[in-house]
Design a binder for this molecule. Structure first.
Ligand code: COA
Length: 335
């Protein structure tokens, strides 16, 4: 159990203006709206403009989260940015965000945990906020359109761009992050990867000609893994806190595929109405997804003080992460 209660004080999200619909994709690859909708639940996704990078959306989401928390940028004591598409391999995107928000002399670092990134960062940030850092800004952001192969119909229909952010800080006892479950199984790493651009296969004419700068995925393997860990990781956080799935008001799953979410709901015997779904409008935004979905939930007015909320993510690693929160509603700025 946490030494002192830490929870979400404010939340924000930012997505690009530009919409890429299934009809648009029908013009690019051999696919159909009908195939994409029935296999994934996705209707459209947001795509960043050429001049926009991860930091742009991270800054926007973070600014909203800080305002929502009723704080000023100078109140932030640490920045953790989860991303697999940083502006550059280094410096950390968290440092770029820090500078643009005018935050001085606080630790800022990136965290790579694929689509589990936001929840991983939330778990790490919670520990930090229980220690020396009162207010921790946690961001999940990805610009997957930059690493998506728009000639590969099996992946290009899935991904989109966006950011979610949360400010963590002290909340009354009994509220906030009650339990987390983090895990990874590197033996499945090959199922979801960006082969080139790192130290193993630095960018070269050869890697580019082989299109290795784009996401490679074994869809069925990832699907099976996702369904399994959504159930097991959710059950683990609930058991840790002694809460039953029936007591949970909202499940905020990683938005990868409606069929994965439906399978999890089925396995947990929870009605779909308690799962937040926006994959139809944004596709899979990786580290951005859970923060964006939680922000929509909070702003919809459907979250009440004291509600139990489960965040559950899965993805590259293969890694997974869940968190059980008891929602603390400050309420002053939301809406
Ligand atoms: N449009 C039309 N047909 C497509 C297509 C597309 N966009 N993409 C693949 N297909 C075809 C395949 O070529 C295959 O054709 P074939 O049977 O003639 O070979 C057929 O559809 C079935 O492909 P398959 O890969 O078995 O489909 P699927 O039901 O497994 O669905 C995914 C594919 C990618 C939607 C699904 O596996 C999935 O969502 N996996 C998880 C991916 C994920 O969430 N990744 C991120 C995790 S963070």
């Amino acid at each position: 159990m946490p030494r002192s209660a830490v929870g979400i004080l404010g939340i924000g999200a930012a997505v690009p203006e530009k919409v890429l619909t299934n009809a648009d994709l029908e013009k690019i690859v051999d696919t159909s709206d009908e195939w994409i909708t029935t296999r994934t639940g996705i209707k459209e996704r947001r795509i960043a403009e050429e001049a926009e990078a991860a930091s742009h959306f991270a800054v926007r989401a973070a600014s909203k989260a800080i305002e929502d928390a009723g704080l000023m940028p100078e109140d932030i004591d640490m920045i953790i940015c989860a991303t697999v598409t940083p502006d550059m391999p280094f410096p950390a995107t968290a440092c770029l965000v820090q500078d643009r928000l005018g935050i001085k002399n606080v630790p800022a670092f990136d965290l790579s945990a694929g689509c589990s990134g936001f929840t991983y960062a939330l778990a790490v940030g919670t520990q930090m906020a229980q220690g020396d850092y009162e207010h921790v800004l946690v961001i999940g952001v990805d610009i997957l359109s930059r690493i998506t192969d728009y000639s590969d119909r099996s992946t290009c229909v899935l991904f989109g761009d966006g950011a979610g952010a949360a400010v963590l800080g002290p909340v009354p006892e009994g509220y906030g992050v009650l339990a987390v479950d983090l895990g990874a199984d590197g033996s499945g790493a090959e199922h979801l990867q960006l082969p080139a651009g790192g130290s193993l296969r630095p960018p070269s004419l050869k890697t580019i000609s082989q299109r290795e700068q784009y996401i490679k995925m074994a869809g069925r393997e990832v699907f099976k893994f996702a369904v399994r860990v959504m159930e097991s990781s959710t059950k683990t956080v609930l058991e840790k806190a002694g809460i039953s799935a029936q007591d949970v008001s909202w499940f905020v799953p990683h938005q990868a595929n409606i069929r994965i979410i439906e399978s999890a709901a089925n396995r947990l015997s929870v009605p779909m109405e308690r799962f937040v779904v926006n994959v139809d409008r944004y596709g899979n935004t990786s580290s951005g997804s859970i923060g964006i979905a939680l922000d929509e939930l909070a702003r919809s007015g459907s979250l009440s003080d004291g509600d139990y909320v489960v965040l559950v993510g899965f993805g590259a690693g293969l890694a997974w992460a869940s968190a059980l929160l008891r929602w603390y509603e400050r309420g002053e700025n939301r809406g």
